[in-house]
Ligand binder design. Sequence first.
Ligand code: RAT
Ligand code: ZN
Length: 420
Amino acid sequence: MEEIIRKIIDDTKIIDIHTHLFPSEHTHLCLYGIDSLLTYHYLISELFIVYDQISIDDFYKLSKKEQADIIWTQLFILRTPISEACRGVITVCNKLGLQKHIRNRDLNAIRLFFDHMTSNPSKIKTYITDIFKMANVEYTVMTNQIFNHDEITLLSKTSIFSNLFKTSLRIDKLIFDFNGSLEFISQYNYPKTSVGIKNYIKFWYNKLNPEYFMASLPYDFFYNCDDDSEFNESSMNYNQVLKHILIPLAIELNLPIAFKFGTQRGLNPTLGDAGDGLGNASVESLALLCRNNPKCKFLATFLSKVNQHQLCVTARNFPNLHIYGCWWYLNNPSLIEEITNMRIEMLGWGFTFQHSDSRVLEQLLYKWHHSKEILSKILTLKYNKIIEAGWNVDEDEIKRDVSSLLKDSYESFMKKELNF
Ligand code: RAT
Ligand code: ZN
């Protein structure tokens, strides 16, 4: 049974509904290769658990290659690379046929391989396609920050994205810094009003054909649906932005809102991107959002393990809610196993098993491989249990079910009509 399930999982096309990957047209945002893999922010924070030879500030002043050298020495040579993020680098090398260089601990030979694969723009394009094929990923959803000058400059230049990269509208700034968002749009000649903001967002909606709006919310975010307080257009709080701008726009455009709950940004600010933490968030806020806005679709994931059970119960209650993935600090085998078991037991096939959150292209290879190992173990047990209970299953049924968790459940939710 395990072998059959593993093969079905490996053969099933995946859609990766949240990543930070970009096509090569996005130049410096499109990350690949061993130095980017080694300097992944998960590994930078791991480094400073054990490393004290230079300060964090001085580390960030080094070139990417120098940073990668330190991480390789400290986390791969002086210690066995046992953590999930370290093992990921090894899985990537293994999948790309670099076992010999890994055995020899030869970072320079590994570098040469990646340099060769990506030595000119047309090779990079082929390489990207090949990695998607190897990971069996049909497409990813990018995180497109429409309130970031650098990103929108690149987005404006790109007229067509390849089928591999779908778009999303990331709007954290709109929610938490409304005044700053007005300043931002005024630089593109939009008036500093809520109508100006709506028109700015509609412009990007029409240009990018996005999958959803998206924002991550801090652990102390509380949705107050009764906030009827007076507001003026230059200082709206997040409840007012949700009520007067985002949710009406999402309903008008029929665009779901993907919220990621539970970050504690800048827990250690000196670590920069590597210094974020998490906290228990308010699942009640998500429930209120779903209950008060039945015509608006919500995709949701929570960063804290503690929130997961309540999240499952909430997901059973609202047809306008779809939950997905084991996000960031939850993307570790022991946690994925526990959470996915619980989700299957409480939601059946009605959720999306995982998203990779990859920032570096080749991470698609390890993040999906590691997650699929766990899925295969879980499903073997679950199918055995249902067979024991007296239900027979055939391969086509297993294929259908697996495809729900990796692709179809999300796509059906996106197409679902909310008729109340
Ligand atoms: O998982 C990550 O890489 C985080 O740094 C965040 O980017 C997070 O996923 C987010 O989208 O905010
Ligand atoms: Zn992310």
